[in-house]
Design a protein around this ligand. Structure first.
Ligand code: B3K
Ligand code: ZN
Length: 869
């Protein structure tokens, strides 16, 4: 690094001196030489300013003209173009030359398997032309694309198609016009040869919208679920949020080379093919649900993100937290609310809490950023959604929707801030969100320590709640937050005890606002069992000294399904923690029979949804467990988790086997009930794999599978239980699917989390598999990231081999694709959580990477934070 990358601070926001109101783009596409002519209408905003700095990098500048005359008053710097002596209003023409074929970063304009596509968020547009590449500059775009007609029959961009024609030498052109002013990050261009799935959605007001999904040739039958999901999203947003689509066409293109899940470009979403393509042979139930969620998410951005965008990138959670909240609600309204909540909470308690105590800790609205791509995090997205959800809990659906209305009334067509959103919620509801705002600026996970005392004579229950947020890498001082704390009390017969204060019924949502606060409930006729933090009403850790009996009671009697699941998780957590301590002291593993019986009860509860039973029987991941300790002992955690699995498998073998056999389904459907049954049957299989005849059962499951969910479950069970059939099943799968990278990702993932002692050697060997390529982010994530994140025992091998492997990969990706590198490095950043020997090894890996002379900003920011922390 010649010059150290500079940080930007939220407090330094300044409106631009000039703005761009219109831009006319003209692309002449060639793989190694693409010419872009950008004609913009520029207007001075700050009287007297005559200098304008445009962002740009990674191309050759060919021409600068102002008002049709060559302009010489400019200077090219490492990061942009400084224009001087400017008039107050002018037309700016810039011609640039790009090399899409050489662009392996998958940002800006690049080639994905021969198709041109773009990714401009956050700051990719500046790799196309010099521009005011910031979200508060909103311009109307027109885009002309010219390319070879045979190779690129489809030329797509944002908005409506307004012209097309043929040219000499087999070339053709198409012109697009987007009537909505937008920031540059929402620009998109795609050119390629695809199969096209078409449909129509009639909006509530009776307008027909053309729906088009473009997929690789031969994949048409795998696009129907995406289309159904899109139509469901459009309908749901009208019904629940009163929001209608605003253009006459909505296009989605699926590409194989994509850094993230998908991108909400106005009228032209670009998707990672993983979140479009599905049929029952190639996709699991989880894939189907993931597609529904991501299609919904990108569609919902049309209002929360596109119509109202972000003033600056520090406000990212304004669109992302809100849109995640909306997609979670969509999935919950369409499917099982409890199962969706459980999965979201697992992400919060596992990787998000881990991020909160890592060197990358940041508030949902960060204060300081070097590389914006590093802040598309679980904190901004998932915790951001939890913050919106808390507002929803505090306001209620009616007031929340009033707040949404006011937010759009005030900010439609503009670039807004998180404060604007909170203010709209506050003004519409009349509810004071003063203290609540701290959730936007304070990082870290608050810890609630609760104690309960029952006064027999007075018949009162006193709850004392203490909140404390431990210091984080970015912020030492913490203040008390407003925490909505949802409680319910149960009498011994399972009936609900009404919450009363001053002889009046009170809401179950307590407002915890102080460091220590006491709540007294009256007329409680017997000592109750308390269900706390119901629905995970706030993104906090909860400490309460539950007895096993109380937790087992809640697993049966809690009124809401989430609370029943959560009680099971707390019961497991309690015994996992105790056993890890035992193992570390050389003692034997102990699990009381009553604990196993509590889970037996759920397994046999005929009234419970199968999908929920499956969740109850799913143990917390090794990573989530790691988060419960100051120093993570990967080996002890693995030993304990495996011991519980074996114990459940042995003690519950008859019940698991009976449930397994009753849940067989002839035909495949993705109805909620069918998914739930498959899920429970496959959870049973996962346990049964560990006992006698497990190998035969898994082999039979694999042979009898008529869908990918069951096939993948058999493979997963064989892999995790290290069965004799593992090799032959893996081979059969790879022989069948080598041609299909997306399907092979499931296989690579299993190689990544292979528990066998030679796991790393094996992962290295699979890097030469014909279906593998480090250039493809999906493949890299499924093999390398799954090894580093989901195989803790081997990644954290004492000899440092796992760290050395990751360091090697990061060195390569640092130059080819820094965004992917930056996501992969996360497990190394958390070195402080491990014992001294491992810390030293991880630290030296980071130091080696820090000394690379071409270190990308992405890795630079994370490594420096980790080493400085
Ligand atoms: N907005 C995009 C994410 C862009 C990430 C840039 N590194 C997808 C989404 O959240 O919908
Ligand atoms: Zn998003």
């Amino acid at each position: 690094m010649a010059q150290q990358p500079q940080a930007k601070y939220r407090k330094d926001y300044k409106a631009p001196d000039f703005t761009i109101t219109d831009i006319d783009l003209d692309f002449d596409l060639g793989a190694t030489k693409t010419t872009v002519i950008a004609k913009s209408k520029v207007k001075q905003l700050t009287p007297g300013s005559d200098t304008l700095t445009l962002d740009g990098e990674g191309f050759i500048l060919r021409r600068v003209e102002i008002d049709d005359n060559a302009w010489t008053h400019y200077e090219e710097t490492a990061e942009g173009l400084v224009l001087s002596n400017l008039p107050s209003e002018f037309t700016l023409l810039i011609e640039t030359e790009l090399d899409p074929a050489a662009n392996t970063s998958l940002e800006g304009l690049y080639l994905s398997d021969g198709a041109y596509c773009t990714q401009c968020e956050a700051e990719g547009f500046r790799r196309i032309t010099y521009y005011l590449d910031r979200p508060d500059v909103l311009a109307k775009f027109t885009t002309k694309i010219t390319a070879d007609k045979a190779a690129f029959p489809f030329l797509l961009s944002n908005g409506n198609k307004v012209g097309q024609g043929d040219l000499d030498a087999g070339r053709h052109w198409v012109q697009w016009e987007d009537p909505f002013a937008k920031p540059s990050y929402l620009f998109a261009l795609v050119a390629g040869d695809f199969d096209l799935l078409q449909d129509v959605f009639t909006t509530r007001s009776g307008r027909d919208v053309a729906l088009e999904i473009f997929v690789d040739k031969g994949n048409l039958d795998r696009a129907t679920h995406a289309m159904t999901s899109l139509k469901n999203s459009m309908k749901w947003d009208e019904e629940r949020f009163d929001l209608e689509y605003d253009l006459d066409i909505y296009m989605i293109v699926a590409v194989d080379f994509f850094n993230m899940g998908a991108m909400e470009n106005k009228g032209l979403n670009v998707f990672n093919s993983k979140f479009v393509l599905a049929n029952s042979d190639t996709a699991t139930d989880t894939d189907y649900l993931g597609i529904e969620a991501v299609i919904g998410h990108e569609y919902f951005h049309n209002w929360t993100g596109n119509r109202v965008t972000c003033r600056d990138w520090f406000q990212l959670s304004l669109k992302e937290g809100l849109t995640v909240f909306r997609d979670q609600e969509f999935s919950s309204d369409l499917g099982s609310r409890a199962v969706n909540r459980i999965n979201n909470v697992r992400i919060m308690r596992g990787p998000q809490f881990a991020e909160d105590c890592s060197p990358m800790a940041h508030p949902i609205r960060p204060e300081k950023v070097i590389e914006m791509n590093n802040f598309y995090t679980l904190t901004v997205y998932e915790k951001g959604s939890e913050v919106i959800r808390m507002m929803h809990t505090l306001l209620g659906e009616t007031n929340f929707q009033k707040g949404m209305k006011l937010y759009f009334e005030r900010h439609d067509g503009t670039a807004a801030t998180c404060e604007d959103f909170v203010k709209a919620m506050e003004d519409a509801s009349g509810i004071d969100l003063g203290q609540f705002r701290l959730w936007y600026s304070q990082s870290g996970t608050p810890e609630l320590t609760v104690s309960a005392e029952y006064q027999t004579d007075a018949k009162t229950l006193t709850l004392t709640i203490n909140q404390k947020t431990p210091p984080t890498a970015d912020q030492k001082e913490k203040a008390p937050l407003l925490i909505p704390f949802d409680v319910e009390l149960y009498a011994a017969d399972g009936s609900v005890v009404e919450l009363q204060c001053n002889n009046k019924k009170v809401s179950s949502i307590l407002h915890v606002t102080e460091e220590t606060q006491t709540f007294v409930f009256e007329n409680v006729s017997e000592k109750p069992v308390i269900s706390m933090l119901r629905e995970f009403s706030a993104p906090v850790k909860l400490n309460f000294d539950y007895s096993d009996e109380e937790l087992a009671f809640l697993m049966v009697h809690a009124r809401n399904e989430f609370a029943r699941w959560d009680a099971g998780q707390m019961l497991l957590a309690k015994h996992i923690k105790q056993n890890v301590a035992r193992i570390q002291q050389g003692e034997a593993f102990v699990l009381p029979g009553d604990v196993v019986d509590a889970f037996r009860g759920v397994l046999l509860d005929g009234k419970l949804d199968s999908a929920l039973i499956a969740e109850v029987l799913t143990l917390p991941s090794e990573n989530e467990i790691g988060g419960w300790f100051d120093v993570v002992d990967v080996d002890a955690i693995n030993t304990v988790r495996t011991a519980i699995k074996h114990r459940f498998a042995t003690d519950l073998s008859d019940e698991l086997s009976a449930v397994y056999h009753t849940l067989n389904q002839e035909d495949y459907s993705i109805e909620h009930d069918a998914i739930g049954k498959r899920s429970l049957r496959n959870v049973c299989l996962g346990y049964l794999a560990h006992i006698e005849n497990g190998n035969d059962l898994v082999q039979a499951h694999f042979d009898g599978a008529n869908n990918m969910t069951d096939t993948a479950a058999a493979l997963g069970a064989a892999n995790h239980a290290e069965l004799a059939s593992r090799e032959s099943l893996m081979k059969a799968f790879s022989d069948k699917w080598t041609h299909d990278g997306l399907v092979m990702d499931k296989w690579f993932m299993l190689q990544g989390c292979n528990p066998a002692t030679n796991a790393l050697e094996n992962v290295k060997a699979q890097m030469s598999h014909p279906a593998f390529s480090l250039k493809n982010p999906n493949r890299t994530r499924s093999l390398v990231a799954s090894f580093c994140n989901n195989n803790p025992v081997h990644f954290h091998a004492k000899d440092g081999s796992g760290y050395a492997f990751l360091t090697e990969i990061l060195t390569q990706l640092n130059t080819s694709n820094p965004q992917v590198a930056s996501r992969l490095i996360d497990p190394l950043l958390k070195f402080k959580r491990f014992d001294e020997d491992r810390q030293a090894l991880m630290r030296s890996s980071l130091e080696r990477l820090a000394s690379l002379d071409n270190l990308a900003k992405d890795l630079y920011e994370k490594i420096n934070k980790a080493l400085d922390a």
